[in-house]
Design a protein around this ligand. Structure first.
Ligand code: C6P
Length: 416
């Protein structure tokens, strides 16, 4: 079966963009690298690499601690990065931007600080069936500790959250609602603005797991009106080990510290310790200074292209790759929501996903195979694992073609 392929509609100089990413020019096993594992982590542009080198070559020092020149330079760069993040997600104030290690830590911070203070026995926490483990397990820990109940909004066969069921699960006991902006395993983009409004109408606080939102969508936390929004730098072309928790100021002000140590205090005595103001109250210990500065360089880079253009380019790749994948006999796409980020999960009849990944790797093609840290979702779709191709701002239709050629080889090997 030959599919009718969508016309290329975007004006986007992907070749120029590719030149910014040194790793894309290397070979893997003698073949050009085709990197389709962007949902796991993205590659880094030269601007980010250069910024990290400059920081360590010329500016390295601890922040908020020294009066010496280098400490002032590092502190200025660190705080200016906070302003960059604030603008990127359109937060109201720098105080609302807390640097974390990543999405997982951001969610755990909210669970631990807001959750422990506000959730009691018999209360409910509502999540959805398409969550990543990072947005399931922290809430399970809290439920166990507080004797609260975890409620799960179901998804339909396309991988869309069933909004009517979500509405029914909002009760007067629902203290917090937590869901992903986009699913890492299926690509589904949730109707987050609507879900946030529904949760607020119910009096619940809302956390959005933005790990797969920020890299693909123009996120405006004020427009969304979410209470918390967590994301990871490494999924948006920045370094690993750095992330952001956005929180509404009033909520963050009322929350106790998450960890104790340096930077989060105003004064310490054995009798009484007073905590620092926002956002430092939540940044105990020496932070990941280079990570923060590298993240700002990444956001500047993404901003220089423009998220709307990136989203249009990735959508073109999604439609093109989906149409071509449908040509492959025995291939089943898991996750067919109308609104999807550039993530395609699939199974191939008679072939274990790990074998798909291994054979594609021989062709220089990087995809993720496994449960994608979303085991309950795999169970919902009755598959142990899937192959997953996830596209980023530098991918091309030719790379989608390479994936199809690689999968054709997989079929030849398994089915002759
Ligand atoms: N998903 C993937 O291959 P961390 O590890 O903290 O940076 O991000 C966790 C996380 C949370 N939520 C969603 C929706 C995610 O996609 C991820 C990370 C990667 O899909 C690694 S498991």
């Amino acid at each position: 079966m030959t599919a009718v392929l969508p016309e290329r509609r975007t004006e986007y100089d992907v070749e120029r963009i590719r030149r910014d990413f040194p790793i894309l020019h290397r070979t893997i096993r003698g073949k050009p690298l085709v990197y389709l594992d962007n949902a796991a982590t993205t590659q880094k542009p030269q601007a980010v690499i250069d910024r990290l080198v400059r920081y360590y070559s010329e500016e390295n020092s601890n922040v908020h601690r020294g009066v010496h020149y280098l400490s002032e330079v590092a502190t200025a760069a660190y705080e200016s990065a906070r302003t960059t993040v604030k603008k990127f997600v359109n937060a109201r104030d720098e105080k609302e931007i807390v640097f974390t290690r990543g999405t997982t830590e951001g969610i755990n911070l909210v669970m631990s600080s807001w959750g422990r203070r506000n959730v009691a026995a018999g209360d409910e926490i509502l999540i959805t069936a398409i969550e990543h483990h990072s947005n399931i397990v922290p809430w399970q820990l809290l439920c166990e500790e507080k004797n609260a109940k975890l409620r799960i909004a179901p998804v339909n066969d396309a991988g869309d959250v069933i909004v009517d069921e979500f509405a029914k699960l909002l009760t007067r006991r629902t203290k917090i609602v937590a869901f992903g902006h986009a699913s890492n395993a299926l690509g589904t983009i949730n109707p987050v603005k609507k879900m946030i409004a529904m949760a607020h109408a119910n009096g619940s606080v809302v956390l959005v797991d933005g790990a797969q939102g920020v890299p693909h969508l123009d996120v405006d936390v004020q427009d969304l009106d979410c209470d918390f929004y967590a994301f990871s730098g490494h999924k948006v072309y920045g370094p690993t080990g750095i992330g952001v928790l956005y929180g509404k100021q009033a909520l963050l002000e009322a929350m106790p510290p998450y960890q104790g140590g340096g930077d989060m205090i105003l004064s310490v005595s054995f009798e009484k310790t007073t905590y620092n103001a926002l956002p430092y109250k939540f940044e105990a210990g020496t932070p990941d200074i280079s990570g923060v500065i590298g993240l700002a360089a990444a956001l500047d880079y993404v901003g220089s292209i423009g998220l709307r253009k990136i989203a249009a380019h990735e959508h073109d790749l999604l439609l093109y790759a989906t149409a071509r994948l449908k040509e492959i006999p025995g291939l089943r796409i898991i996750g067919t929501a109308a609104e999807k980020a550039s993530v395609i999960s699939f199974t191939l009849e008679g072939v274990h996903p790990h074998d798909i990944g291994t054979i594609l790797d021989q062709e220089g093609i990087a995809v993720r195979t496994g449960h994608h840290c979303a085991q309950p979702l795999m169970m919902r779709f009755n598959v142990p694992a899937t192959g997953r191709a996830s596209f980023g701002l530098y991918n091309t239709r030719e790379e989608a073609d390479a994936l199809i050629a690689g999968l054709t080889k997989v079929i030849e090997i398994f089915h002759g």
